[in-house]
Design a protein. Structure first.
Length: 229
């Protein structure tokens, strides 16, 4: 009998409803090939899950100028870490789904990428007035980037991620609608950001990445010791 160390870790249970909704959203996504392939999504998650994430009891951080980077305020950032997955069932439910084979297979087919050996990272963002992001590409250890928007109400329609053709040429802002989103595969062309503009309220979203083993901040990962199969 082979030693247990040689055995693969047991598969994590996934939420069938969430996986089905996510796969359907990917299948229906609008692919825009320029200036780099990116996909516009709607109805990404079950409504109760999207509402549950938006209602997580984290207060928006009191921040000053971000200098155009999220990592300016690393100490206040919130992730679907093992600790938060244990505290909040909705975090665990989404993380297990996106770690599971149905979601991963659908992403690989839709985007033409290989996620094997990567790790799942989900960040919960609450941006307030004054927030902005300088143009950047996400190139490096990120293999996949998805943003799911979780705010609604008057004025939120202008809160989508900016898509750029190079670091200085703004093209348009992705549509911002509750439970809609944006996907792209990081490359040297995947320029995006968020121009400073009024945020009346809180701009809520999640950012989903699959990152390579070189990712150093293991506390940010949903399953630090279990890469995607």
């Amino acid at each position: 009998m082979a030693p247990t160390a040689d055995l693969a870790p047991p598969a994590l249970p996934q939420d069938a409803e969430t996986a089905s909704r996510f796969v359907a959203s990917l299948a229906a996504a609008e692919l825009r090939p320029r200036p780099y392939p990116h996909w516009l999504l709607s109805d990404v998650l079950p409504e109760d899950m999207a509402a549950g994430i938006a209602a997580l009891p984290f207060s928006p951080a009191e921040i000053g100028d971000t200098r155009g980077k999220r990592d300016t305020n690393n100490q206040t950032r919130v992730y679907f870490s093992p600790e938060n997955r244990e505290r909040f069932a909705v975090c665990d439910r989404l993380a297990r789904t996106l770690q599971g084979g149905a979601a991963v297979d659908a992403i690989e087919r839709s985007c033409g990428i290989d996620l094997s050996g990567t790790s799942l990272r989900i960040e919960y963002c609450q941006d307030t007035d004054g927030f902005w992001l300088e143009p950047h590409t996400d190139i490096g250890v990120k293999r996949y980037t998805m943003l799911v928007y979780l705010s609604s109400g008057p004025g939120t329609e202008d809160w989508g991620t900016d898509v750029l053709d190079g670091p200085d040429k703004f093209l348009y802002s992705a549509p911002f609608a509750f439970n809609g989103g944006l996907i792209f595969v990081p490359s040297d062309r995947s320029w995006h950001g968020f121009r400073k503009r009024p945020i009346r309220g809180v701009r809520k979203s999640i950012i989903v990445n699959y990152v390579t083993s070189e990712w150093r901040a293991r506390h940010e990962l949903a399953f630090p010791d279990t890469p995607v199969a």
